[in-house]
Design a protein around this ligand. Sequence first.
Ligand code: ADP
Ligand code: ASP
Ligand code: MG
Length: 401
Amino acid sequence: MLVVQKFGGTSVGDLERIGNVARRVARTRDEGHDVIVVVSAMSGETNKLIDYAHHFSPNPDREAMDLLLSSGERVTSALLSIALNEMGYPAVAMTGRQAGIVTDKTHTAARIERIDPKPMRGALEAGRIVVVAGFQGIDPDGRVTTLGRGGSDLTAVAIAGAMGADLCEIYTDVDGVYTTDPRIEPKARKMERISYDEMLELASLGAKVLQNRSVELAKKMGVNLVTRSSFNDNPGTLITKEENIMEKPLVSGIALDRNQARVSLKDVEDRPGIASEIFNALADEAINVDMIVQTIGADGKTEIDFTIPQTEVVRARSAMARFAQSIGAIDYKENIAKVSIVGVGMKSHSGVAAKAFTTMAKENINIEMISTSEIKISMIIDEKYAELAVRALHDAYELDK
Ligand code: ADP
Ligand code: ASP
Ligand code: MG
């Protein structure tokens, strides 16, 4: 069997933990499997590097950023390979480039375009364990790129897909995917299985246990994905096709995203083409706009509100600068959070949204914006009440049962 094992930041958080990872990988090898390991940077390392860059610039050059950030994962991949070799398990460390991972040119948020299987295949055939630095690749010009925060999950899934691995295990600091973040709600329940679609929604809406694009790719390529703890041997959570799941609860989980900011454009010229100009300017800066609300105008003016990741406020400000003529005032609000309820069962049931709103009302929490899809309901609220809202919703839908 070929197994891809990915270890996150906490799992390789210090030298002792890297040693533990080496022993776990060695155990998989002893079971007779070929192993490709993908590692994150030590926990806190990527944030530290970002802070370094912000010392010099609020909006650092993205190519330089990628070179900087890719270094964290290189350190852990090299250390793990050194540890494995010392234990008598031949291993080779590879950067994204050495592992044949080619991306597009979107620096700091690159997409994987293809993976050349030859370098990894060659090493496996030579009997070695391959240890890949996650979160990175090179663009067609040979420049280092990174895949966006949490991107080592994507590296692991993409490699599993490209190499035809039998299993892709994501090792982290919790036992699997829970009904909500167990650090916020201790009563959260671990799920034995969850569908790709529900996991994709949860991940996209803030449950960082898996990076959303990794789930999307796992679904597309049919990768068998399991999340589990690197600190114990408890069975994890299988992410799989909807038809493999017997129990279909109305609501499967609650997600929280604190990395949200609300932008309010006031006294906007109410004329055809204005929305196109504004949102194209944001798109040109590769800013992901999420919820959008436009209120009915009066006196030739209207108001447009939308949300973006908080980390993109600096770039949004510069993108909006050119609209001084057509927008009266712009207000940025960062202390908001998005709470979301996810479940495929919602498709065929009514009243799920009403219950969410009633729950917020009972807790006296004001809902600032709402958006819904077939399998999710999201609400923007004041960040102060974020955890209270998660726990209240978890209770209301009886997710601990
Ligand atoms: P890693 O460094 O291993 O990639 P992350 O910190 O990215 O780990 O993701 C694991 C964290 O995700 C957990 O510690 C937990 O707090 C958080 N989390 C958020 N939502 C969930 C959820 N529904 N189930 C499990 N963990 C969750
Ligand atoms: N080190 C990167 C991050 O912190 C990638 C990862 O850990 O997956 O976002
Ligand atoms: Mg992660």
